[in-house]
Design a protein around this ligand. Structure first.
Ligand SMILES: Cc1cc2nc3c(=O)[nH]c(=O)nc-3n(C[C@H](O)[C@H](O)[C@H](O)COP(=O)(O)O)c2cc1C
Length: 335
């Protein structure tokens, strides 16, 4: 960090909280953020986070143990709040002494924040609005991630720049807020640090790191893509809810639109009821991220990617990506 004095000063709070050198988190990415990428990020001085996704407690247990075999540095575990076994997963994190648990996918259920903290870990939550951020902090969250709609994966409706302006001036003096969504270069990190962010979280920029196990065709799709190719899924019919996901446009995203129209027509014709219609929409993408990341089916799978995908042009070790971000950030702050 001696090479980055301005950045180190602004990242100090965030780095102390995370227990690493640089306050750069690699946001959990289902199927991508497993032992190899997580350990590589943490070994490079950043903060890796395992994506638990739909893992069972047994599988998470093995993944944490395997990650610990690859790094002695701290890393986090991202748990989805809707997971039916959430409290068992929290117990697995506790058994391994995981230092930070990130709760994603909605408001944490009653008792979950307490259960994590009782085990001695820190809790990081996502806040889509200022009001909710304040509520989560009151309920015991130790830090917040604010994530704009430029991000890859499931997204909210507001851009990172607006969220940062709404939330950082209110909360950053007394609380730790990490900014995510659309960050591809260190200059952007510098600007959020200057606004009071404790650090940043990136996903898209790390998805194709050398250590990422993503399929070569998944990585190639990233290298070819421009910002405008990473589009948010659209809801066609007000009766059939679709949680927006940002992913690369492909055959699957087109078929999803067609599927929604088809199901809406069946609903109009009285051939399916509402529950069945909504189930068909929900099931369309089941297993789709795995198909893209692991099997390399980038035509039919879900190639989740943020708008910063245009800045991902080649496979590089995680350490090089972090070093480049830090150099760019430092140069911007030193100006
Ligand atoms: C392929 C992919 C999968 C993701 N999966 C998850 C996930 O399982 N849980 C989660 O909380 N966020 C997930 N995210 C979001 C990232 O953790 C991170 O917050 C986001 O990528 C940051 O924005 P950026 O993509 O603009 O860098 C995913 C993102 C990508 C690109």
């Amino acid at each position: 960090m001696n090479d980055y004095p301005h950045t180190a000063a602004l990242m100090q709070r965030g780095a102390d909280f995370l227990g690493c050198d640089t306050a750069i988190l690699c946001g959990a990415m289902s199927w991508v953020s497993e032992r190899n990428l997580v350990a590589a990020i943490s070994n490079a001085g950043g903060f890796g986070v395992i994506a638990c996704g739909a893992m069972t407690p047994d599988i998470l247990d093995r993944e944490i143990a395997a990650t610990k075999a690859l790094t002695s540095k701290p890393f986090g575990v991202n748990l989805i709040t809707m997971h039916p076994g959430l409290f068992d997963l929290i117990a697995v994190c506790r058994k391994h002494g995981v230092t930070h648990v990130v709760l994603a996918g909605g408001i944490p259920p009653k008792g979950s924040v307490e259960a994590i903290k009782e085990g001695g870990a820190k809790v990081i939550c996502f806040a889509p609005t200022l009001a909710l951020a304040k509520k989560l902090l009151r309920s015991g969250a130790d830090a917040m991630v604010i994530e704009g709609m430029e991000a890859g994966g499931h997204i909210g409706p507001v851009s990172t720049s607006v969220l940062a302006q709404e939330i950082l001036p209110e909360l950053s003096a007394d609380h730790l807020v990490f900014v995510a969504g659309g960050i591809g270069r260190g200059e952007a990190i510098a600007s959020y640090l200057e606004m009071g962010a404790a650090g940043v979280q990136l996903g898209t920029r790390f998805a194709c790191a050398t250590e990422s196990i993503a399929h070569p065709d998944f990585k190639k799709a990233f290298f070819r893509a421009n910002a405008r190719d990473a589009t948010a899924s659209v809801q066609v019919d007000p009766r059939l809810p679709v949680i927006p996901v940002r992913a690369l446009k492909n055959k699957g995203t087109e078929e999803f639109t067609a599927k929604q129209r088809e199901v809406a027509a069946l609903l109009d014709a009285g051939e399916v009821d509402m529950a069945e219609a909504q189930l068909q929409i929900e099931h369309f993408w089941a297993g789709a991220l795995r198909r893209a990341v692991i099997d390399g089916d980038v035509e039919n799978g879900s190639v989740m990617a943020g708008q910063s995908v245009g800045m991902v042009t080649k496979e590089e070790p995680a350490a090089d990506i972090i070093a480049e971000l830090m150099c760019q950030c430092e140069a911007a702050l030193a100006k």
